[in-house]
Design a protein around this ligand. Structure first.
Ligand code: AHR
Length: 504
């Protein structure tokens, strides 16, 4: 049985827990919006046509900032199509997903939906088929209070208050040959810099995200970041990271170590950004917006033919059903984002509903939680205060894809009178016996300990069996003389909430 010993020091602070770490992403793709968020005929729909059963689950998920409306979709999007009277909105072709867009949901509706969920918008502008003027127009429509053509149009359309969108993405994955209007790093760096400068002339406090690579596997990865930032460094605040993981060829050990790769990716982008900043003798630091991350069975999607020659409205696309192992990886990736909260100050789980999502719906039917819902919702609920760096003494194992990986990984957060410890056991067969020295936290007691695991690591929640996999209390968690002990089943994710004893 693997054993691990972890030491927590509440003074070893990495960064504050950034609420934007718990961001998500809604794209006009498949059933992400239509029959996902919006289904006027559904029994739970409100007057706007939004499914309130989904709103409830999004609240429970605890997602904060929500990126919209794409993704690859945004690179062919005309935002003006989706404002004003619904009956006048045009149906358009969406080239990214080869489907039809009815435009029945646009910015104003989405902003109303965000209010229901208590989330903040993060908008992407189209730099694929459009440019500076369209971005400025959207900014004026969204954020200018009133008294100009486009702000008055928003008011006339029924939204008197500005949406006050703070975070904006300057296009999406512009390095990817699949992206409508993809560009070289030189070309993109220039248009991103000019668009950012113009947007900041309108509002200097905007937080702007320039596109990094579509993933660390791109042939231009690294050079892309450097070149784009050489052009745009002074005008932007964030560079994006996107990365999806999946199990390849039955290699579960490598898949479970995906967080090792994510951390290396983050380190590399930080180093590249700092290299450019140093060359420019700039005192400014560029943060990372990890605005697409998840498990996605991309290879299977590409082979599935679900994106085909037909032009359908809201077809079933990217509706991955997630396993226990997938949830362990998602939980571990989220731990890594917290761990790198010194530079990753915003992140978006891609996506939110139906499309590679923690929440699934059936048209006219129920909404339910995937396995991946749980580590996200529990971490969002428990992580508070500051992230602290744990000292981990644990065995390692060799992976084919990511080198050496610790069998047990962990991160912890500490607030005034409470703390949370998140753990994964990557061992395929054995439970891990873990002890955590929590003396630095004062006389803490366990108030909650939950584990997500299953004898079948490929068990899933499905429409027919929506609660097949749920997190369960882990009764092995105990504290004695400042040492927390817990057993972690093989392939598992665990969260422990600690509270200081009264008077401590
Ligand atoms: O999230 C699905 C797609 O993945 C997004 O549209 C795109 O940005 C990425 O390639």
């Amino acid at each position: 049985m693997p054993r691990a010993h972890i030491t927590l020091d509440k003074h070893a602070v990495i960064a504050p827990v950034r609420r934007r770490t718990f961001g998500s992403f809604v794209e006009h793709l498949g059933r992400g919006v239509y029959t996902g968020l919006y289904e006027p005929e559904h029994p739970s729909a409100n007057d706007d046509g939004f499914r309130m059963d989904v709103v409830e689950l999004v609240r429970e998920l605890g997602s904060t900032t929500i990126r919209y409306p794409g993704g690859s979709f945004v690179s062919g999007y005309r935002w003006e199509d989706a404002i004003g009277p619904r009956e006048k909105r045009p149906v358009r072709r969406d080239l990214a997903w080869h489907s039809l867009e009815s435009n029945q949901v646009g910015l104003d509706e989405f902003a109303r939906w965000l209010k229901l969920t208590g989330s903040e918008p993060m908008l992407a502008v189209n730099l694929g088929t459009r440019g500076i003027q369209a971005a400025l127009d959207l900014l004026e429509y969204a954020n200018h209070p009133s008294g100009t053509a486009l702000s008055d149009l928003r008011v006339a359309n029924g939204t008197p208050e500005p949406h006050n969108v703070r975070m904006w993405c300057l296009g999406n994955e512009m390095d990817g040959p699949w992206q409508t209007g993809f560009m070289t790093a030189q070309d993109y760096g220039k248009i991103a810099a000019r668009t950012a400068a113009a947007m900041k002339t309108a509002d200097k406090d905007l937080e702007l995200v320039v596109c990094g690579s579509s993933g660390s596997g791109m042939p231009t990865f690294g050079d892309w970041e450097r070149t784009v930032l050489e052009h745009s460094y002074d005008h932007v605040d964030y560079i994006s990271c996107h990365q999806y993981y999946q199990e390849h060829d039955g290699d579960l050990g490598s898949f479970l170590a995906s967080a090792v790769d994510m951390e290396l990716f983050i380190d590399t982008v930080v180093a590249t950004a700092d290299h450019v900043g140093y060359k420019k003798r700039s005192t400014k630091k560029i943060d990372i917006s990890f605005d697409e991350w998840n498990v996605w069975y991309l290879k299977e999607h590409q082979e599935s033919g679900e994106v085909n020659d037909e032009w359908r409205h809201a077809p079933r696309q990217l509706e991955d059903l997630y396993t226990v192992a997938d949830a362990v990886v998602v939980g571990n990736l989220l731990m890594t984002l917290l761990k790198r909260g010194d530079r990753v100050t915003s992140a978006s789980l891609a996506q939110l509903v139906n499309v590679i999502a923690p929440i699934m719906t059936e048209p006219g039917g129920p909404a339910w939680r995937q396995t991946t819902f749980y580590p996200f919702s529990i971490t969002s609920r428990l992580a508070a205060g500051e992230v602290i760096r744990p000292l981990i003494d644990a065995p390692t194992y060799t992976t084919a894809r990511h080198g050496q990986a610790s069998v047990v990984d962990t991160i912890a957060t500490v607030d005034e009178d409470q703390a949370a410890v998140f753990l994964v056991n990557r061992d395929l067969a054995q439970a891990a016996q873990v002890t955590v020295d929590v003396r630095s936290l004062g006389s803490a007691r366990v108030i909650e300990a939950v584990t997500l695991a299953d004898a079948d690591v490929y068990a899933k929640n499905t429409l027919a069996e929506q609660q097949r996999v749920i997190p369960r209390a882990n009764p092995s968690a105990t504290i004695s003389e400042g040492v927390l002990s817990i057993d972690l089943p093989p392939v598992s994710w665990t969260a422990i909430a600690l509270r200081q004893a009264a008077g401590d």
